[in-house]
Design a protein around this ligand. Structure first.
Ligand code: MSP
Length: 645
């Protein structure tokens, strides 16, 4: 029996500038939903990509003195690298400049032209370049300004093809009425309905005033207007209209199709897109979700207003889970949210470090202290507080599921945090430190520990789509087997026994609030010294200094924990010499001995030997690091002893 299918898409981004946390929100949001559906056992497919055509991109490329091709290639590579950093689990990244996309758009255009849904006419209007939008005179603001952004528009009259929106308006209205979940939130649906009720003008769908676009095959002086081009990506990426349309058949005609967009592009997706599909005789079987915007205290997130925050800045300083958590938790369903340094740091300190991280820490410490790290389930022992904790565990699963299914990710997270608070309260109620004083209460104490671990296991499962590293670490630290990390194992009592790690590693270190708020504020003002990292010009190394170092590839032959220091590993490495060389490295917090054995690392072998806590070290490993993580430099395809320069 095959699993239900789930196809989820982000809008495709304009390569007009670096993506800030506002635009990355949609991608993280879809990633969380996709991971949730994976957890539920769906056959999922996640599409994202880039919307690379249009006058605006042509202009940005010109300003950079680059060809549009080179510009979009560079932006696409940057964006993919960003998604990799954010561990976005996408399956495909479609670019509208790709041949596979162009062919489909041209086919769609010609088909609509042949059947009379597209016709040639004259376009008279006002164009706002930054918004890529045309307006009629009656839509303009004061002094003919753009009604959306307030900037100046320019007047245009040109030959253009038009899509007959008017022909489909009533059919679309009926469709919306008959399919209540088609557009969410409800308020957005109402916006669309009232817009439709005012009547639709036919949509201009081609341009002759610029080149950077997909040519209309039957009349190549026209390029296809960017929205028809862009929206088609949801089909072209699946191979629609080609010989290889298996993905299209499977996912578009499958069980669930979800488009997630920001509220600013609601109309395109709620009106033009279903009408295009109706005209093409393709089922309109998607659900559309339009979320609000992340704003800054001062208003819109915009580089020119000085209020932009980039995802890599947050990851460098605080970590990926911290960013994901904030983004997914802070934007309320259906409304706008605000990024402030204070709210960001508070969420880390209160929600992540205090409530969640501390619960895991305390639990592991107590299990070690009272039971030498091992506990088991004894259903015959109970206390007065078990029932209420157990029923909240069950209730949380239902609330979480319902919220995730209706795309209320922030509410799903809130439900999990309610369970976290309840579990913390359970510790206060059951007072394990008092039970521990009485030998006869051993079984009661174990029952309390068991409830804490079991509750945390449930919390970990529900957080897997949200906090990628922390949920993983939670399972490892609690010794939860993979079979009990699944959705189906969300049932109290399935864990029979476990052995937790000897020493907990904090999931989220508590931050110095004042210092970090200041730091974020200076990042926002563009004054952050740490990210600028100036080179110390007064203290430059000469080539001779550099050449003095003998750096080589070395294979880690064996590794063990240092007997007297928990931050150190003692390694034997083969650096191409007669016998292995011992190196002591401060990497035990980041690598276990097993995980490093067999790796080809880079070592400096001509350092003076030193004794570290009684163990001699004859060299140094090279690694990259920031505040949160450390990664050894490893090299594939070379042999021990090969030189590094
Ligand atoms: N290229 C079009 C989409 C075509 S889809 C067929 C586009 N691109 S965009 O790069 O301008 O925007 C991409 C997404 O980012 C949109 O969903 C937009 O709503 C979203 N956001 C841009 N700024 C945002 C915030 N400040 N907050 C949340 N989302 C924001 O539109």
């Amino acid at each position: 029996m095959s699993n239900k299918t789930y196809y989820i898409t982000t809008p495709i981004y304009y390569p007009s500038g670096k993506l800030h946390i506002g635009n990355t929100y949609t991608t993280v949001f879809c990633d969380a939903l996709r991971r949730y559906k994976d957890l539920r056992g769906y056959d999922t497919y996640y599409l994202t990509g880039m919307d690379e055509h249009g006058k605006k991109i042509e202009t940005v490329a010109e300003e950079r003195e680059m060809s549009p091709h080179d510009h979009v290639d560079e932006m696409a590579a940057e964006t993919k690298a960003l998604w990799d950093r954010l561990k976005i689990s996408y399956d495909d990244f479609i670019r509208t400049t790709e041949k596979r996309h162009k062919t489909v758009v041209q086919k769609i255009f010609e088909k609509l032209l042949d059947q009379g849904d597209i016709y040639l006419g004259t376009y008279k209007g006002y164009y706002c370049m930054p918004c890529e939008s045309f307006f009629t005179e009656s839509q303009l603001g004061e002094n003919n300004t753009c009604p959306d952004c307030g900037r100046e528009t320019s007047q245009l009259e040109e030959e253009s093809y038009f899509l007959k929106l008017s022909k489909y308006a009533d059919r679309l209205l009926d469709f919306i009425e008959e399919n209540p979940g088609f557009i969410t939130p409800e308020s957005r649906k109402n916006e669309v309905v009232s817009f439709l009720k005012q009547g639709l003008n036919d949509l201009s769908v081609s341009r002759t005033t610029f080149d950077w676009g997909i040519k209309v095959v039957s009349n190549p002086k026209h390029v296809v207007y960017v929205w028809i081009d862009a929206l088609s990506n949801y089909l072209s990426a699946l191979g629609y209209g080609t010989n290889d349309d298996a993905l299209y058949q499977k996912y578009w005609h499958g069980d669930e199709v979800v488009h997630v967009v920001g509220k600013d592009i609601l109309r395109f997706h709620a009106i033009y897109w279903p009408i295009m599909l109706m005209a093409l005789d393709i089922p309109v079987n998607f659900k559309l979700h339009a979320h609000g915007f992340y704003m800054m205290k001062e208003g819109k997130m915009s580089k020119s207003k000085g209020g932009v925050i980039y995802p890599d800045t947050i990851i460098n300083h605080y970590g990926l889970d911290e960013l994901r958590y904030f983004l997914l938790r802070e934007l309320p369903y259906g409304a706008d949210g605000v990024f402030t340094p204070e709210s960001f740091i508070e969420r880390i300190n209160f929600d992540l470090a205090n409530d969640f991280g501390n619960l895991l820490n305390r639990t592991i410490s107590m299990v070690n202290k009272y039971f030498e790290g091992t506990i088991e389930f004894d259903p015959n022992v109970t206390n007065d507080f078990d029932d209420s904790l157990e029923s909240l565990i069950a209730e949380t699963k239902d609330n979480y599921r319902e919220s995730m299914e209706t795309l209320k990710v922030s509410e799903a997270i809130r439900a999990v945090w309610k369970l976290i608070s309840r579990t913390n309260k359970y510790i206060d109620e059951t007072t394990p430190w008092i039970l521990a004083k009485d030998e006869n209460k051993k079984a009661d104490l174990q029952n309390v520990m068991y409830h804490l671990v079991e509750s945390l296991r449930h919390i970990g499962i529900m957080l897997t789509p949200i906090l990628l590293d922390a949920s993983h670490s939670l399972f490892n630290q609690l010794g939860i087997p993979e079979s009990l990390q699944t959705w189906d194992s969300l049932q109290f009592g399935l864990l029979k026994e476990t052995e937790v790690v000897k020493k907990p590693s904090p999931l989220f270190p508590r931050l110095d609030s004042d210092k970090e708020v200041d730091k974020l504020q200076s990042i926002l003002r563009g004054e952050d010294k740490e990210t600028q990292k100036p080179v110390d010009e007064d203290n430059l190394a000469t080539i001779d200094d550099f050449n003095k170092l003998d750096m080589r590839i070395a294979k880690v032959v064996s590794a063990k924990y240092h007997p007297n220091a928990d931050k150190l590993l003692v390694l034997q490495v083969d650096a191409g010499e007669a016998k292995p060389r011992q190196i002591v490295a401060g990497i035990a917090k980041h690598y276990s001995p097993e995980s490093i054995e067999g790796k080809n690392v880079v070592v400096v072998v001509n350092l003076e030997p030193v004794k570290l806590r009684g163990e001699e070290s004859n060299g140094m490993l090279l690694a990259g690091s920031n505040k949160k993580s450390l990664k050894l430099l490893t090299v594939e395809g070379l042999n021990p002893g090969d030189s590094v320069s």
